[in-house]
Design a protein around this ligand. Structure first.
Ligand SMILES: NC(=O)C1=CN([C@@H]2O[C@H](COP(=O)(O)OP(=O)(O)OC[C@H]3O[C@@H](n4cnc5c(N)ncnc54)[C@H](O)[C@@H]3O)[C@@H](O)[C@H]2O)[C@@H](O)CC1
Ligand SMILES: [K+]
Length: 478
């Protein structure tokens, strides 16, 4: 798990660091990381460094100095004509060549790498027109860009770009990732992201991103003494006469994630399809540990939906509440409910336009988690799980192949399995979304959601085998 921090938090940590370590030079650590990566990205040819007026430009210019000192041709364009004074002197001393905007643009087709050091965490979104044209030309000519800290033009703390920015092949950032590095669609403009530890002490993050080690550590692996009941019994009430497939997909997700026992209580047509495909599923009511509701209920027969949700409500058990069931939420919900809307469903829950949610997904997911006092998994290209406290956990990202009808049903099923196994709602949401993404990454291509669901045993089995062979060194639980 890695903490995601805002520009403000990084600045405060930097101020504390300099108070405690007067005279320390973080810029040299940053510049070294940038020049090392630049040498790998462009082993030969000219590197053009685009330099802004602040410390981000200082990082870039010292990186140019490092390259030139190592005998690599480096050229710098100071976009405002001004830059970090010591860095300018250091770069000149080792023969970095300084060029103006028209020369930079003219030579662009022949450079091997552009280092974007225009703006970092002190930048406002957007670029000067001449830099905007240059960033667009880098894109058009497919010149690889290495961004320092953040691709200039992006807003560090936002996931939705509002202006033209550089589009990096790789970003070297410092101390911690920021929201623009981990939240789509901004993250896609950062390319691969590398975090350099510069020695700052950071506070407990309120936004964290999971990695595969967290999944291995938290997954409810079966123990030697487990039986089908102790692993968790999941009640599933999904599908309708019109959409029986959603019931099959949600059950496929739950079964392939490893549910101890499934009791399906949905419509008969769906039950017959499920039995044909998954004979281990039990049809009919009985004792369960958690519920899965809502997938494929459809827009007809709303009174019946309200009654179906009421049954889960009265049980007081944890429940995954998905899709059409989200339209029937009472004012308060029992402990341990996991609401799993996509942006459109969350917008409807909050009475706002979908675009508003897409622009600031975390704020809106936080609103819903606070209003219903329960965990919310906001599905999409980046999947955010928000707890009523406002803490955000971002799932392991996966390829966009899963953007397909039916993926949400499978995901709801996986989350249902995790609730039935006894995990808290936020963890069930974060793990469920992560393993589905890992399965899609394991089997890249236009595979339908059921195939991705059937890849889960392989992915989970691989994780379990790695864990048992102790190839993972698990960090101590925080
Ligand atoms: N905080 C850290 O841990 C470290 C920070 N360092 C670097 O320091 C950077 C932050 O430096 P600064 O605070 O000087 O900020 P920046 O270098 O990001 O930019 C600030 C300058 O750009 C101007 N500016 C901002 N937005 C603009 C826009 N849209 N168009 C035109 N001009 C604009 C500002 O007026 C100011 O002059 C980081 O991004 C990083 O590269 C590293 O040197 C060392 C480690
Ligand atoms: K930058």
């Amino acid at each position: 798990m890695i903490g995601v921090h805002s520009a403000q938090v990084i600045r405060e940590a930097e101020d504390r660091f300099f108070e405690e370590n007067p005279g320390a030079d973080l810029m040299q650590i940053a510049a070294r990381a940038v020049s090392d990566r630049a040498r790998e990205m462009a082993p030969t040819g000219v590197t053009l460094v685009v330099v802004g007026p602040g410390n981000n430009g200082g990082d870039g210019l010292f990186a140019a100095r490092n390259l030139a000192a190592a005998g690599r041709p480096a050229v710098a364009w100071l976009v405002t004509g001004q830059a970090h004074p010591q860095a300018v002197i250091a770069a000149r001393q080792v023969g970095v060549k300084f060029v103006d905007s028209s020369t930079a643009m003219h030579m662009l087709p022949d450079v091997m790498l552009v280092i974007d050091a225009v703006l970092g965490i002190g930048g406002r979104p957007g670029l000067f027109p001449v830099v905007e044209r240059f960033a667009t030309a880098c894109d058009d000519l497919c010149i690889p860009v290495l961004s320092v800290d953040v691709p200039s033009g992006l807003s560090t703390d936002e996931v939705t770009p509002t202006a033209t920015s550089f589009r990096a092949a790789h970003t070297v950032t410092f101390a911690a990732p920021k929201l623009c590095h981990v939240g789509e669609p901004a993250a896609e403009r950062c390319g691969s992201v590398e975090v350099i530890d510069v020695g700052l002490s950071l506070p407990e993050p309120d936004v964290r991103r999971l990695d595969e080690v967290d999944i291995a550590r938290w997954w409810p692996w079966p123990t030697a003494v487990d039986d089908k009941y102790s692993r968790g019994v999941l009640g599933i009430d999904t599908g309708s006469e019109r959409y029986p497939g959603a019931a099959v997909l949600s059950t496929t997700g739950a079964l392939n994630a490893g549910t101890g026992m499934i009791r399906f209580v949905g419509p008969e047509r769906a039950a017959n399809l499920i039995l044909d495909a998954m004979p281990s599923v039990t049809i009919g009511p009985g004792r369960v540990e958690a519920w899965l509701m809502g997938c494929g209920w459809g827009k007809q027969d709303r009174d019946a939906h309200a009654a179906r949700l009421q049954a889960a409500l009265e049980s007081g058990l944890p429940a995954v509440v998905d899709a059409d069931a989200l339209e029937h939420l009472p004012k308060t919900v029992p402990d341990g409910w996991l609401l799993t809307p996509h942006a459109g469903e969350l917008a409807a829950m909050l009475g706002v336009h979908r675009r508003v949610v897409e622009v600031d997904p975390i704020r809106h997911a936080r609103q819903a988690a606070a209003r219903w006092n329960t965990a919310v998994l906001l599905k999409g290209a980046t999947q955010y799980v928000v707890e009523p406290s406002g803490r955000v956990t971002i799932a392991v990202p996966g390829p966009a192949w899963t953007a397909q009808a039916g993926s949400g049903d499978v995901l709801a099923g996986i989350c249902g399995m995790l609730l039935a196994a006894g995990l808290p709602a936020w963890q069930a949401g974060a793990l469920g979304a992560s393993v589905q993404a890992m399965a899609a990454a394991h089997k890249p291509g236009p595979f339908p959601p059921a195939v991705i669901a059937r890849t889960l045993p392989e992915v989970l089995g691989g994780l379990w085998t790695t864990l048992r062979s102790r190839a993972f060194v698990l960090p101590v639980e925080q």
